[in-house]
Write a protein that binds this ligand. Sequence first.
Ligand code: ZN
Length: 634
Amino acid sequence: MLQSRHRVFELLPVAVRNTCHFYESPPAVSGRIPQHFIDELIARADIVELIGSRVPLKKQGKEYKACCPFHGEKTPSFTVVPDKQFYHCFGCGAHGTALGFLMEHDHLSFIEAVEDLASRVGLDVPREENAGAKPISSPTDGLFAILDKAAALYRKELGSSERGSDYFNSRGLNIETVQRFNLGYAPDAWDFTVSRLGTSDAERMKLLQTGLSIERERKAPGAGPTGYYDRFRDRVMFPIRDARGRTIGFGGRILDKGEPKYLNSPETELFHKGRELYGLYEARQASRTLNRLLIVEGYMDVVRLHQAGVTYAVATLGTATTPEHLSRVFRICNELTFCFDGDRAGRAAAWRALENSLSQVRDGRQIRFMFLPDGQDPDSLVGAEGREAFENRIGKALSLSEYLLKHLEEQVDTNTVDGRARLAELARPLLERIPEGVYRELLAEELAKLVRIDSARLTAALSARDPRRPPLVPVEAPRVMRPLAPVTPGGRGSVVRQAVRVLVHHPGVAVKVPGSEGLENVDRPGIPLLIELLNDLQENPCVNTAALLERWRGRPDFEHLAKLAGTEYPVDAEGATRELLGALESLFPANSERRLAELLKKQGESGLSDAERIELQGLLTIDRSGSDGTRPRT
Ligand SMILES: [Zn+2]
């Protein structure tokens, strides 16, 4: 596997030239985000999961409730509506979509919220290059740029340094792999990076903000800072990239003996260890449809596995796997295997990973654990036995439930009654962390077999222990169906508002009604918005309220529509279609006269259905006076 340095790196100058365009112009990180992407993002996002990861939500009927994170309260009036992918608070009036929540709650800009949400659902944010239009630049653009410059610098240095290239050669890496991961080398100097990239105060500040440099300690009280020095010295460098392939930090591995073996960028504005996975960008590049992921422990493991063809390997960045990592992973695929060394440290890390996984267990998701033979790591193993043998090992990994029960079983003597009771005790808090569902029930059944009692009795015994514990199956509060809201009587414009409200709550019904033709001649407030809504939704149907709102973000009527979305409207799609049809019809005086006559006739002859009664009520209460408003109502 060893290759000569010259063979491996003779191509490097070309590659380096290719990455050096950053010096001429900053990378194109901005530009307009296409609307179809926002549509897809909203369609894929799960607002319950997003908000639920920050605010404890309680299911109540079809909605979720919590104490509002935007104002202080003791009784929950904050509501998340999955059907509409929308939240609103009856207390303080806060409302919005998943993107709106990220902006309000996490204080992100719109672009940042889009990026955050996109990385959660595993989408890359595309940009429209808009000739003539000035791209929107954000303060973080400069930080991304300097990190990319640093990556290019280390990459170039790897080409001219025997020390760095010898190391990768000795680990059997080929040029394609080095290029794919953009690996580099930071030489043994205090100011290699600082002197080359820190060419102005502003650039030096960026180096500091991105963790590439460290500020020298002040020499004496009152003395100003004397400058900065490089964080990464004499290390091979692994750029860590975000979902869009931008460098957000580095992992640096020491070449000789020394501590720490791996040094990571510190937490910065761009780099959050608890969220990022090394190799995820490369894994997504390698396969358009990523079905599974393998989480290993080290950067070299990831790189080496990819080279061997296991291109779905990723690593956490020197931290345990967090629930946030997992929720990210499960946005991308449903199959996850953890790979750990078979030693004591590996087993401890595996158990921690299991504990952090419990809240992410769902029906249809597969979480497994594999343990390597003592003294082996994925890097050495895949090098020795190749991809197929390694993937066979993945195939034999333990399922989460197998590993959980096996681990607990090892701690007790299941041959005794006491031991089995203890096993049930140990399992209880773990089971409780698994969301209700088939998976939890199956696991409880497995556990019941092990402790040799009937699973119903076990479940009862487990839940009887703690009176505060909610019952296994929550009693769903009966949803009070309000009677359909009567058509708002009142002045002109109310029918328009009614139609707009229907469209906001059920954007899907727009395709079930005739187009806006003729509406332009109707002289009522709000007509232009209604026409715009109808045309837009008929041309590009929206899946839900949130998608509609995101399409309107930035337009003058956005707030108005968002407020309407926050009003209660307990009408199903069918009722909404009828209401919209009735409202549209009544906007055309001729139509409504005809329809009114029809309904009145039917009422006298055979009686009306509920829907027709509502329609009639609407037709009777609206002002169809045209422009002068003097004609009495029928
Ligand atoms: Zn509130």
